[in-house]
Design a protein. Structure first.
Length: 766
């Protein structure tokens, strides 16, 4: 069929190309190229496990993409290439665009709110609930009344704004307010619900975000493990046309998604309530708190409760639709972060679209690396370029820049790509970190919104992040800032203003993801996108006036298990295709039972090795290695490359497998795999006990030698020719003890005897 329509076109027939041209297949390359492992690329398979490849068709399209006119003429058995020569450029261009659009469609997602069915009309609560409330909060009476009506004993703790309440002071007050003899059943925070629509002009951080961070930290310091639920109102829109009255409160949602990853054992969730909630909303609130069915991102409305979901949003739905006219920029287009990697790509696209004047803002202006070269490149594309040094968090400085826009090129569009990516676990976040990382997003966007509000801009585009959509370890402040951007564009629609928000995954070749670590993102299943295709996705979103779009290349087979290692995530459940739904709690129960059974059946000393192997295997997985033996048992985690993010990931994995509530600082408190394994053994009640007097080892330092043996990588033992001999002598820890020639078991031998037997056996085999 592939040749029929080409020959028909040459002959003048009218052919529907889209009905006969199949989409291409993508083959993913392995992300880790330098781990001394061989990889074989597998062809794409159909559902029955077979692969059908039309070699002639493949050769045809290869020739089209190469523009090989001679080969195509022969393949189509044409007498002359004259007609085909006129077709080939258009055909090649169409093929390229089609492949690009297919790729982009696989990157497109959006957030939906699905009605939560099966939730009771009200819930019954028991025990003591702590309500943390700001002064004069209009929701306090409603929320506490609902909790008491559901059967809870409510203790109220009023806190001032975060700048006046530090972490230590709040932790002390929490200890004074609560009783250690009666652990809390839950904590309900209203500190974010007091935020106004937008942050004050003299602050860069929404008060609710700072207060929630401080509260999360203080609860941990006070030893309170009850789940923390946070209320907002008017922070999210659950359907088209629903207003977002308080976009500043949306920042707490971004931070909360990170808290769910870093503190899965003591984070409850996020609940958005109506601006004037009544008794029915109160009943729904208590139903969520009593039995939320693992949901942690919910909205209560008059029509019921909805849960947040991430779903695919392909542009190509199979129904032919005329493409909208491409937006042609006019006047001046302002790009914040304009000399950065992503801002520069956007500027190139704008210049190719015909923007007369590009105003590129950056903290360093012309002195930024590559700024002058970029300006020359854009000038060659036909644009007039102005490089301006401006910190967009400085309202006065930004106003001065806007006032200087030439009258012949009035400001018509804004692309806000500026941002600072600071990685820090929530337990380590302080006011300076929030001001630096979150402020670049919130303050800059707010100033741009307010200073251009009367200009009737054609476009107001903000570059958000996937961290705001699903969260990211160590990205609490960054996620909060980007969640504010997403809500701000929805708020602008409410005001009749232009607004487009695109939340991005990882860009190849630079961008903020590079500072987070593209290698780590790859290990989590977030793959870098080719900038040219990302810009094409941006152009399509702008042309179609889309908002709330997510563009990311995600390998769900990798991302799904990694993301749900610490707790279930209904948010991404629709995207985990062909997977049996299973909560993290169920996984933890099964895995923990298997581990405990194995430990219980093993003799005393092999238990330590079982736990050590577990720690090394999970540490290797976090760092992207396939074999846990590459992790040396006595090597410090910091030396292995662990940071606060990977330490949290390791904690989550081990928590799931052991069923223990492990501290975030596990890896750094216990320094190396040996230390963590010993800690796990103690917490599980299977640690080696000190020998009694008649069980003292005959040789001082025997345990040290055994520990040293445990630290030797298998590769090193193999190089010395000891692996086979040791395996024959040691056997499997699940098998009965293997007797030696003298009748002793391996477990009864001291370290010297074990080494001597291994060496002698190896020599005998030789």
């Amino acid at each position: 069929m592939w040749w029929w329509w080409v020959r028909s076109w040459v002959a003048g027939a009218d052919v529907d190309w889209t009905s006969v041209i199949p989409a291409g297949h993508r083959v993913e390359l392995p992300p880790y190229a330098f781990q001394h492992e061989r990889y074989w690329l597998e062809p794409a398979s159909t559902t029955n496990g077979t692969t059908t490849v039309d070699t002639e068709e493949t050769a045809f399209w290869d020739a089209v993409e190469r523009g090989d006119l001679a080969e195509l003429t022969g393949t189509l058995e044409l007498e002359s290439s004259r007609e085909l020569g006129a077709l080939l450029p258009a055909l090649s261009s169409w093929r390229t665009r089609r492949r690009q659009d297919t790729t982009i469609d696989a990157w497109r997602y959006r957030v939906e709110w699905s009605p939560l069915t099966g939730l009771p009309a009200t819930g019954r609560l028991s025990g003591t609930w702590l309500a943390v409330v700001p002064p004069a909060c209009e929701l306090t009476k409603w929320a506490t009344t609902a909790l008491r009506a559901a059967g809870a004993d409510v203790v109220e703790l009023e806190v001032d704004d975060a700048p006046t309440v530090d972490r230590d002071t709040l932790a002390a007050r929490l200890k004074e307010t609560t009783s250690p003899r009666e652990p809390l059943a839950g904590v309900l925070s209203l500190t974010a619900a007091a935020d106004a629509a937008l942050p004050d002009t003299d602050t860069t951080v929404p008060a609710g975000v700072a207060a929630t961070v401080t509260l999360t930290q203080a609860l941990g310091d006070a030893g309170i493990t009850a789940p923390l639920w946070t209320l907002t109102h008017g922070a999210v829109s659950t359907r088209d046309g629903e207003p977002v009255d308080h976009p500043a409160q949306a920042a707490v949602w971004g931070m909360g998604r990170v808290a769910a990853l870093e503190h899965p054992d003591r984070w409850g969730g996020l609940i958005d309530v109506p601006l004037t909630p009544g008794s029915t909303a109160g009943d729904l609130l208590t139903a969520i708190l009593a039995d939320g069915a693992d949901e942690d991102q919910l909205a209560i409305r008059d029509r019921g409760t909805s849960a947040r979901r991430l779903v695919r949003a392909p542009q190509d739905t199979g129904t032919p639709r005329p493409a909208p006219p491409a937006w042609t920029p006019t006047g001046t287009v302002l790009v914040t972060g304009g000399t950065g990697a992503i801002g520069a790509e956007a500027a190139r696209w704008l210049a190719r679209r015909g923007a007369p004047h590009l105003l590129l803002l950056g903290r360093r202006g012309e002195s930024a690396d590559g700024a002058r070269d970029l300006a020359d490149e854009l000038t060659a594309l036909g644009a007039t370029v102005t490089l301006a040094a401006c910190d967009v968090t400085d309202r006065a400085a930004l106003a001065e820049v806007l006032a200087a826009v030439p009258t012949q090129w009035p400001l018509t569009a804004v692309l806000h790509a500026a941002g600072i990516d600071g990685v820090s676990a929530l337990d380590e976040i302080d006011a300076d970190h929030l001001h630096t990382v979150l402020g670049a997003k919130t303050a800059g966007a707010r100033h741009l919104h307010e200073l251009t509000r009367e200009m009737n801009l054609e476009q107001f585009v903000v570059f958000s992040s996937g961290a705001a959509v699903w969260g990211g370890g160590g990205q609490g402040a960054y996620a909060a800032g980007n969640a504010f951007l997403d809500a701000l564009t929805a708020h602008r629609h409410q005001l009749g203003l232009a607004g487009t928000s695109v939340a991005w995954g990882s860009w190849a070749g630079g961008g903020l993801a590079a500072s987070t670590g593209t290698g780590r993102l790859r290990r989590l299943g977030v793959l870098p996108m080719e900038p040219a295709l990302a810009v094409r996705a941006l152009a399509r979103a702008i042309d179609r006036h889309e908002d709330g779009l997510v563009v990311a290349d995600i390998d769900w087979d990798v991302f799904g298990p990694a993301f749900t290692a610490g707790r279930p995530s209904p948010l991404i459940a629709p995207l985990l295709e062909d997977r049996t739904p299973q909560t993290a709690g169920e996984q933890s129960t099964d895995d923990t039972s298997a581990l405990l059974d194995r430990l219980t059946a093993a003799p005393a000393r092999p238990r330590r090795q079982i736990l050590l192997d577990l720690v090394r295997t999970e540490a290797a997985a976090v760092l992207g290695y396939r074999d846990g033996q590459v992790i040396e048992a006595a090597q410090a985690f910091k030396d292995l490359g662990f940071d606060s993010l990977t330490a949290v990931e390791l904690r989550n994995r081990l928590s799931r497998l052991t069923g223990l509530r492990l501290p975030v600082s596990l890896a750094f408190n216990h320094r190396n795999p040996n230390g963590v394994a010993a800690y796990l053994g103690s917490e599980l009640g299977v640690a080696d006990h000190e020998p009694t007097a008649d069980q003292q080892p005959t040789e001082q330092g025997e345990d040290a030698i055994r520990n040293a043996l445990a630290t030797i990588p298998i590769a090193r033992l193999r190089a010395e020719g000891l692996v086979d001999a040791l395996m024959r002598l040691a056997g499997s820890t699940d098998d009965p003890p293997v007797p030696t020639a003298d009748g002793d078991t391996i477990d009864e031998l001291d370290a010297d005897a074990l080494i001597n037997m291994a060496l002698n056996a190896d020599r005998d085999d030789a």
